[in-house]
Design a protein around this ligand. Structure first.
Ligand SMILES: [Zn+2]
Length: 95
């Protein structure tokens, strides 16, 4: 006998669907949703599981550009550079 195929003949995955991870979104009733979560996500299709997320950076509240993705990446790169230069200074001092 050959090994079992990965999917069923209708294309669904093998295994018990009741064992799928559950959505923990809070419903209007106050209880947990508990619908099966989207594969690799923590929420179901009705509670944002299929969402790709918000756009990068803040575009709606643009007043000065301090929080655009570009500005934040620039600050992060500068901070890393400063950290590296401080470490280099410490290295030179210790020798
Ligand atoms: Zn849900």
């Amino acid at each position: 006998m050959t090994s079992a195929p990965k999917t069923l003949r209708n294309g669904n995955r093998r295994g018990n669907p009741a064992n799928a991870s559950r959505c923990c979104a809070r419903t209007r009733k106050g209880t947990l949703c508990q619908a099966p979560a989207i594969r690799g996500k923590q929420r179901c299709r009705m509670h944002g599981g299929t969402s790709t997320g918000a756009p990068k950076g803040s575009r709606n509240a643009l007043k000065h550009g301090n929080y655009t993705a570009k500005a934040m990446a620039e600050r992060k790169a500068i901070a890393a550079l400063i950290k590296r230069s401080r470490e280099l200074v410490q290295e030179v001092k210790s020798q």
